[in-house]
Design a binder for this molecule. Sequence first.
Ligand code: C5P
Length: 239
Amino acid sequence: MDTRRIIVALDFDTVDDAEAIVDRLGEAGQSYKVGLELLTIAGPTLATRLAGEGKDVFLDLKLFEIPTSVAGAVRAAGRLGATMVTVHAMGGSTIMEAAVRAAADFPHLRVIALTVVTSLTDTDLVAIGLSTTIEEQVIRLARLAQRAGCHGVVASPQGATLLRAELGPDMLIITPGVMLRAELAAGTTTEHARPAHPTAAIRAGATHIVVGRSLTRAPDPAAVLAHLAGELAELRTHN
Ligand code: C5P
C-alpha cells in the first residue's frame, strides 16, 4: 500500500516539535495532517514547506462558515499546496458545494467532509436539537456530502464499514481513531471511543488512516511508520 495513505497528524504547539518529527521520518513520511493547533500557533509555513517538498498535506480546517468564507479558505488551502481540506457537513449542502467549486481550480485538492465528530454522543445530539442517533446522522451527512460533490468523508474505523457500503467504491474514507497493537492490547485510553488497528480500518473500507500520538510520541517514530507501512502492504498483497 502506498505510504501516502498513512497520514501522520502533526498535533503540536510548536513548529520545532512538528519539524522534528518530519525530519525523523524523512523520505518515509509522505503525508501529514496539519490542524488548527499548529496552524494557529505557527501559521502555514510548515504546511507550505511540506507541500513544496511533494508531501501530501491534509489541512484539517474543519470549515463551518458562510459559503464565501469557506470558498476563500479552500482557495487559500489550494494555493498553499494542500491535497485535502476538511469542511463540516453539518454546515449543509451550500457550504460543501462552495468548497467543491473553489477546489476545482486546484486539481490535486480534495474536499473531505466531517460528519459527526467522535466526541459527540446521542445525548449531545438531542441537546442541539437533533432527534436522531449518531449512526443515522453520520449516514445522512455522508450522503449529503457525496451529493454536494465532496471527494471523501472522515469516519471512525466502525463508521468506515457502514459508509463504504453506503457510498460505494469511489469516495475517499479517511479514518482517525487508530491505535497500535500494543496499545490496544494494553487497553491504553485516549478520547477515541472504539479504537481499532490501522489494518482493521483499511479492511473496513478506509482509503487513508490518520495516526497521531501512537507514532509521533513513540520513542522511534520512523520504526512505527515502517512497521505500519509493512503491515498495510502485506494486507494489500493478501486482498
Ligand atoms: O489520537 P491521535 O493522536 O492518533 O489523533 C490523531 C488525529 O485524529 C487528531 O488530529 C484528531 O483530529 C483525530 N481524532 C479524531 N477523533 C478522536 C481523536 C482524534 O478525529 N476521538
